[in-house]
Design a protein around this ligand. Structure first.
Ligand code: ZN
Length: 160
């Protein structure tokens, strides 16, 4: 399991660099990030959270693993509001407004271009992860931040 960086670590505030080629090193990173995400009981993880300032994310909201290199949101539609948590901000959760539907493109672990159309929790998760690549944390966007224990049973919480 990779070390998860927490708020205060500078890498979380850097704009991550694009990956030039999906090589073995990137494939290893994707695999180790997925293992770390599952181990930590998260539904998503972005490379800066494990100290790597590259545009790489993984997510699994219960519908299977999604790996994206250089992800980019092509469009956003609608609005949803819900609570999010973050493995890099262990003590807090906050209510964040996100797009309800998004279309994302990026490269998979073989370097092939893929498109992901999603809504609800998956859309929320991917927006949260892609924010990490730009050095944005959910607490920058949240309208209401509370201690995590206050709503620990909330099913919509994104723990990435
Ligand atoms: Zn996060």
């Amino acid at each position: 399991m990779l070390d998860i960086r927490v708020v205060g670590d500078e890498v979380l505030r850097q704009k991550a660099k694009p990956v030039r080629r999906v090589n073995k090193e990137v494939q290893t990173l994707l695999r180790e990030m997925a293992e770390t995400m599952y181990e930590a009981d998260g539904i998503g993880l972005a490379a800066p959270q494990v100290g790597i300032s590259r545009r790489v994310i993984v997510a699994d909201v219960g519908e299977g693993l999604v790996e994206l290199v250089n992800p980019e949101i092509l469009y956003r539609e609608g609005v949803q509001t819900g609570f999010e948590g973050c493995l890099s901000i262990p003590d807090l959760m906050g209510e964040v407004e996100r797009a309800q539907n998004i279309r994302v493109t990026g490269l998979d672990s073989h370097g092939r271009q893929v498109w992901v159309d999603c809504d609800g929790l998956m859309a929320r998760c991917l927006q949260h992860e892609i924010d990490h690549l730009d050095g944005v944390l959910f607490t920058d966007l949240a309208v209401n931040v509370v201690p995590r224990t206050a709503r620990a049973d909330d099913e919509e919480v994104v723990l990435d």
